[in-house]
Every structure is written in C-alpha cells, then in structure tokens.
Design a protein around this ligand. Structure first.
Ligand code: ZN
Ligand code: ZN
Length: 258
C-alpha cells in the first residue's frame, strides 16, 4: 500500500489543506477524511468519482467540510462530465448515528436539498464493531479519545498494515489498535500537553512518539499540524526522542510505502 498526504493542517487550511489522505492499494484507492482543500487535490489527481470509498474518521469541520462542494460537483454533473460518462456513487462511510446527524444539520443550515448527501454518495454508517473490506483492504476501527465519536482505521492488505490515529488524546486503546503497524499516522497538534485533554482530545509530538514506541510500530508520520513550522520541527524532534523508528512530518504530496 501507499499512503499519500493531501492535507495535514488542523482547524483551518492555512499553509495546506486540512485532513485528507489517500491509501492506494492494488485494488483501488480509499480517501481518509475530507477536510477543506481535499476535493481540489483529489480532482487534480483525476480521482474524484473514481475512489473505492471515502471513510470519515469523525465529523469535525476540518475532516468533513469539503463534502459540501464535493456533493455539488456530483449533483451538478461536473464529475461525470470530466469522466466522460456515468459514474457510480462513491461509498461514503461515516460514524454511525453522529455522521448522518451532522450531514442532516449541514443540509438544514446551508439550505441544501434534503437528499443532497444521500443523492451524491452511497452513504454507509460504521463504528468500531465493523470490519470493512474495500478494494482488497480490510479495515477495523478503534474509538479514539476525542469529544465526538471518532474512529481510527487500521488498514491491512495482507502484506502491510497502516493505522491512521485520526484525532484523539493518547489512549491504551490506540496503542493496542496500532500494534506492530508498518506505518502509524498520528496527530501532533500541540507542543506541550493539552491541559484539558478530555475537552479537546489531542496529542503532542512526544506523546505520538510514545504511542508509536509502545505499539511497536515501524514508522511514524506526524500530522494534524498547526501552521507553526518551528513548533512542528520541535514536535518532530521530541517524537524522535521518544521513538527509535523513522519519523516524518506530514507534507502535501508525501507518499509513504508500507
Ligand atoms: Zn476532531
Ligand atoms: Zn481535526
């Protein structure tokens, strides 16, 4: 598998797009999260309308907002126009109950047609009891320590394992879920420990390194970064001090082979 970073910023698309990652397998490509700036980057790669699935870790704005223009590009026929013919609706996996609630609220708040999202995507719900098979890749999930239902996918193609920690504070569940991962993608939002971790549910670079070390992961990629280059480099340094494997900072276009 190849893991490709489209966007890595937290909160706002400053200095790059928000959360959006492609997992390329032999049988297709999965998009993980769809934050602001993701659609344009998927479009440039000619993959909009051709993905095997979109999987949303959770329904915070920096992980979902591009679904709004994406649905417009589907219902307006723009994706089919580019493809030169009909395209099947892309399966869109959202956290059970909370995902549809947020999409329904967006429909009301933005005055969209009631079937905007269900008409544009093949909408499906999941949670941590589910095991998904998508394009030859098996996905299982662990709930993370975050204020809204958030699930970290573990993706296995039979040869390698990639775990995307999504958003969440350090937790034993994430460590267990990420055991022996070939690539662990974890957030490094803060430089110093979050004083209200229960409230915000995020990690530092040092904590990300500790999770990778405890999980026995082979490689660590830090993401969900603020637009503060100096702090991100310091987070990278602290993660490397806590984890003996390879550690990188996410950047647009970075591809890691697992
Ligand atoms: Zn979040
Ligand atoms: Zn986030």
């Amino acid at each position: 598998m190849r893991f490709e970073v489209l966007g890595h910023t937290v909160g706002a698309p400053l200095g790059g797009a928000c959360a959006g990652y492609l997992v390329h397998g032999d049988g297709g490509t999965i998009l993980l999260d769809c934050g602001p700036g993701t659609l344009e980057r998927v479009w440039r790669r000619g993959l909009a309308g051709r993905l095997s699935a979109i999987v949303l870790s959770h329904a915070h704005a920096d992980h979902v907002l591009d679904l709004v223009p994406w649905s417009t590009s589907v219902t307006s026929g723009e994706l089919e126009h580019r493809a030169g013919g009909p395209l099947p609706p892309t399966p869109l996996y959202v956290p059970r109950d909370h995902g549809p609630q947020v999409l329904d609220a967006l429909v009301v708040a933005l005055g969209l047609r009631e079937d905007r999202f269900s008409g544009a995507f093949d909408l499906r719900e999941y949670d941590d009891r589910d095991r998904l098979s998508i394009a030859g890749m098996e996905l299982t999930f662990a709930r993370t320590a975050h204020p809204v239902p958030c699930f970290a996918p573990r993706i296995d193609d039979g040869r390698a394992t990639i775990v995307y920690g999504a958003d969440g504070a350090r937790s034993p569940a994430l460590v267990a879920h990420a055991h022996d991962a070939d690539l662990l993608v974890v957030e490094a939002t803060y430089l110093d420990p979050d004083p209200g971790q229960q409230r915000y549910g995020h990690m530092t670079g040092e904590e990300a390194g500790q999770v990778a070390s405890q999980a026995g992961a082979k490689r660590l990629l830090l993401t969900h970064l603020l637009p503060r280059p100096d702090e991100n480099l310091e987070n990278l340094r602290r993660a490397r001090a806590a984890f003996s494997g390879t550690v990188d900072l996410a950047r647009e276009g970075l591809v890691v082979v697992a």
